[in-house]
Design a protein around this ligand. Structure first.
Ligand SMILES: [Zn+2]
Length: 138
């Protein structure tokens, strides 16, 4: 399991970038690259995207039933069979460390940069149950 410390905003071992959904989809290409018995499928790919909080899930399939799913964040932990993503944890932690509030972060990240965010209630929940006690240790 990954630990919060390894992926926290204070850890600079991971590089993070702003990227659009369209640029991410370019990475997948337009043709299926699955190889079976030394033969590449080559069928046209179909994409579905789902945005939850700061995370995007890209599901890709072709008419030969090849399928893969990619998620833009590492999983920090699981709770009630739900994934808690590292990227979703970064905003609440950053709000605490910077001494700002959710509204200011939303103004900058959502309205100015157009980034996807977690809701304010999710942010407050994470701060109360996870981030505050971790920040105290830093
Ligand atoms: Zn295929």
């Amino acid at each position: 399991m990954l630990t919060w410390v390894n992926f926290s905003p204070f850890n600079r071992q991971k590089s993070r970038f702003l990227v659009s959904k369209e640029k991410l989809l370019e990475l997948a290409g337009v043709k299926c690259k699955v190889t079976v018995d030394d033969h590449t499928c080559g069928k046209e790919l179909n994409f579905n995207t789902r945005e939850v909080g700061t995370v995007i899930e890209i599901t890709c399939s072709c008419e030969n039933n090849h399928f893969w799913k990619w998620t833009s964040s590492e999983v920090l932990d699981y709770k009630n069979n739900n994934r808690i993503f590292v990227h979703d944890s970064m905003l609440p932690s950053s709000v605490i460390v910077s001494g700002n509030n959710y509204a200011k972060f939303k103004l900058f990240f959502f309205q100015a940069l157009g980034l996807c965010l977690i809701s304010e209630s999710t942010c407050l929940h994470f701060q109360k149950h996870c981030a505050a006690c971790i920040v105290e240790e830093v």
